[in-house]
Design a protein around this ligand. Structure first.
Ligand SMILES: [Zn+2]
Ligand SMILES: [Zn+2]
Length: 262
């Protein structure tokens, strides 16, 4: 028999568990677990931590970078996207959220994250550009079947809603799965990504002249996003921009980014 005082607490926990099940709006911060004043996602502190601005970033891919201008990757590799930006570094709360979204089946996390990503576009991180269509980086159909959803698509849907653009999930087709590219050399990445994506049949007229925003969960080397941008430009898109939830810490340092293949 427990202390009689245990009862109300356990009961309230039970009620909270039930309420969370029925009404997924949370009353506790997803990052630190502290109670929130009103149903929400992150407390102010966790939000600030996630959005902590970088002192300097590569003007093209948005990766934290010590000098002004372009990072090594953007200097030495052809980049097909005009500009790419991210919510924050792949660490802390953001890393936890993305991991749970991707591997923990917590699909609901895509909405608040995607809304924040859309907020970045509204703040003008891509400049005063108009976005016509939001396109998620596709998963291979086999991987999608295993996971039940494409995390990039869940994010992209919320982004499209926030920026009031169309969402197109059928333009790009992923022909093959790729192992983690963060440890691969540039040459290896090129080989692994060759033929990984193609434009779907019959969508040329839709793609023609559009300003596309490609959405993915993590920007590591940018090779995947870049390859998708190349395919879209080849299909007649006017411009392609990138937006990811997280980005790797610094040029050449990808050790903390090794995640299972997608
Ligand atoms: Zn918090
Ligand atoms: Zn760069």
């Amino acid at each position: 028999m427990g202390h009689p005082g245990d009862w109300p607490l356990r009961f309230s926990e039970l009620v909270e568990g039930f309420l969370n099940l029925v009404f997924p709006a949370r009353t506790a911060c997803y990052g630190c677990g502290r109670p929130l004043g009103e149903p929400g996602f992150l407390c102010r502190g966790c939000y600030r931590e996630m959005r902590r601005p970088f002192s300097r970033v590569c003007s093209r891919c948005g990766k934290p970078f010590l000098q002004a201008g372009l990072c090594g990757e953007c200097r030495e590799e052809p980049r097909y996207f005009e500009l790419s930006r991210s919510l924050g570094l792949y660490r802390g709360v953001l890393k936890k959220c993305l991991y749970r979204l991707k591997y923990g089946g917590q699909e609901f996390l895509g909405k608040p994250l995607g809304e924040m990503m859309g907020g970045l576009v509204l703040e003008g991180v891509l400049g005063e550009r108009r976005i016509d269509v939001v396109v998620p980086v596709p998963l291979h159909r086999q991987r999608r079947r295993q996971r039940g959803f494409n995390q990039a698509e869940v994010l992209a849907r919320a982004v499209a809603n926030r920026v009031e653009a169309y969402l197109s999930t059928h333009w790009l087709v992923r022909e093959k799965t790729t192992p983690p590219l963060s440890q691969a050399s540039r040459g290896e990445r090129r080989v692994l990504l060759a033929g990984a994506f193609r434009l779907a049949e019959g969508v040329h007229r839709e793609v023609l002249g559009k300003r596309v925003l490609l959405v993915d969960d993590i920007f590591t080397t940018g090779a995947t996003l870049n390859e998708c941008a190349r395919v879209l430009l080849g299909g007649g898109a006017a411009q392609v921009f990138g937006l990811t939830a997280a980005i790797g810490a610094q040029d050449g340092d990808q050790n903390h980014l090794s995640t299972p293949e997608k």
